[in-house]
Design a protein around this ligand. Structure first.
Ligand code: ZN
Length: 352
């Protein structure tokens, strides 16, 4: 079994409405990204109308959770919650860049409070804002010529023209992968619309596929992280929300060694050092059953956790490679629980 990956890029040609079924009054608001389940659902529905997809292929691609359908985020953005910046960070009009500060590299007492360049306070770097548009519909009563009772509805959709990206990974045989890859490339020529309101023209897209950027191995990232030190420290950052429950089925708000060890047992011999996290509520819609999925509490994307392990560097690298491959928690096939070990963004913000 090998792990195969494909970067999926979707451009909205019309406004998109994703998730957000829990309506607040007459307003329904889209999620700021395209959930993996929406992508999987649309492609599964499409596959049912393709004669070249037999039941065996359909089962492998959509039913057995070996393929992890990614969440697609605006320009693939993922801001880490341990990183803070001043208000001038990334300002293209300033000739000298202002540094980002990643708290993961500091002991709590040593964390800088202000920017070393301008002295302005440091704040958590915000995730890129998704542009939205509001669409309001109503029905006119032919007799009174006013809006019919209860017929005024608004949706806040993601504006067209924006590009969303994510990486699909699959733990399947080479032949199965080649078949999926060929089918997806064919689908990309005229992809199905995604999300809600498709019959009203929402969610029209173009889709393109590309090989993902060359991956630096976990072993290399781990070596870069630890330099020549004896103890091995590693960071686990979430690139999609993770749904994790303890043995009493309670939703977890932070990542501990026990949760990490479920995916990669050797990591049990680790110690939690520090964490930066938020939680969000996630829901979903089961298209096949026509029913809402259970609402769950998830640890948010961008959350970052630092651990220390007593394993030797090479053993730790193997164990972490498998953690990155398997992901953590529940509903991984829908894009939840994707993790990055010693993420390159942490390494880029490392103090000199
Ligand atoms: Zn500054």
């Amino acid at each position: 079994m090998t792990v195969n990956a494909l970067e999926i890029q979707v451009k909205l040609l019309s406004p998109g409405l994703f998730g957000g079924r829990a309506a607040d009054g007459n307003i329904r608001k889209s999620l700021p990204y395209i959930p993996g389940a929406v992508l999987r659902g649309a492609l599964a529905w499409y596959a049912r109308s393709c004669t070249e997809v037999d039941d065996m292929m359909f089962g492998t691609w959509f039913l057995n959770e070996k393929i992890r359908w990614p969440e697609l985020h605006l320009d693939g953005d993922n801001s880490l919650k341990s990183v803070r910046v001043c208000k001038y960070f990334g300002d293209p009009d300033l000739p000298d860049g202002h540094p980002c500060v990643d708290d993961i590299w500091f002991e709590p007492a040593d964390r800088p409070q202000v920017c070393g360049k301008c002295g302005e306070p440091l704040r958590r770097s915000a995730i890129k804002r998704v542009a939205t548009c509001q669409i309001t519909r109503t029905a006119i009563d032919p007799v009174t010529r006013t809006a019919r009772d209860g017929s005024l509805h608004s949706i806040v959709a993601l504006a067209e023209g924006q590009i969303f990206k994510g990486t699909l990974t699959a733990d399947i045989s080479v032949e199965e992968w080649l078949a999926l890859d060929a089918w997806l490339r064919n689908v990309a020529k005229s992809p199905p619309a995604l999300g809600g309101g498709r019959s009203a023209g929402l969610g029209a897209i173009t889709m393109s596929l590309a090989a993902p950027a060359e991956r630096i191995s976990v072993a290399d990232r781990l070596r870069q992280w630890n330099g020549g030190t004896n103890s091995v420290r590693f960071a686990v950052s979430l690139t999609s929300p993770a749904i994790i429950r303890d043995t009493f089925w309670r939703y977890q708000r932070t990542l501990d060694c026990a949760a990490v060890a479920v995916s990669s047992p050797r990591l049990e011999a680790s110690r939690f050092v520090a964490g930066w996290s938020d939680v969000i509520h996630v829901g979903g819609w089961n298209e096949a059953a026509g029913l809402p999925k259970e609402n769950a509490l998830a640890i948010d994307r961008g959350s970052a956790f630092l651990f220390e392990t007593s394993l030797a560097m090479s053993d730790a690298a193997d164990a972490l490679e498998s953690l990155e491959r398997c992901g953590i928690g529940e509903r991984c096939a829908e894009g939840f629980g994707n993790v990055s070990v010693c993420d390159i963004q942490h390494l880029q913000c490392r103090p000199l």
